[in-house]
Design a protein around this ligand. Sequence first.
Ligand code: 5GP
Ligand code: ZN
Length: 113
Amino acid sequence: MADCIFCMIANKEVPSNIVYEDDKIVCFHDLEPQAPVHVLIIPKKHIASLDDTASADAELLGYIMTKVKDIAGMLGLENGYRLVNNCGEDGMQTVKHLHFHLLGKRKLTWPPG
Ligand code: 5GP
Ligand code: ZN
């Protein structure tokens, strides 16, 4: 989608520090890391948010979930991690392309603000 920064990253029109990529997803380091490891996992397909998913996206969403442990393993998060999705205005979503934050390598506090 035009004017979507994460589509541009997926299409290599904008540089990013990619840690994993396949035909369905891209995972890259967040520009402003909130933990020693902070990457974003996105589908290559433009979906605006979790709220904009359809039943046809179930396979893709399931695929992302099963890839999390592989990416966590690649990044050395053997002691645990947190997967976060910010959705919509109250969720403080700033980039309107579905993404999951994967954070780790520090003791994360709860609850989030
Ligand atoms: P949100 O607040 O929408 O859940 O998270 C968006 C995330 O994308 C933020 O953590 C922000 O630092 C990150 N981000 C925004 N623009 C870019 C970019 O151009 N490159 C990278 N690598 N991360 C970005
Ligand atoms: Zn997009």
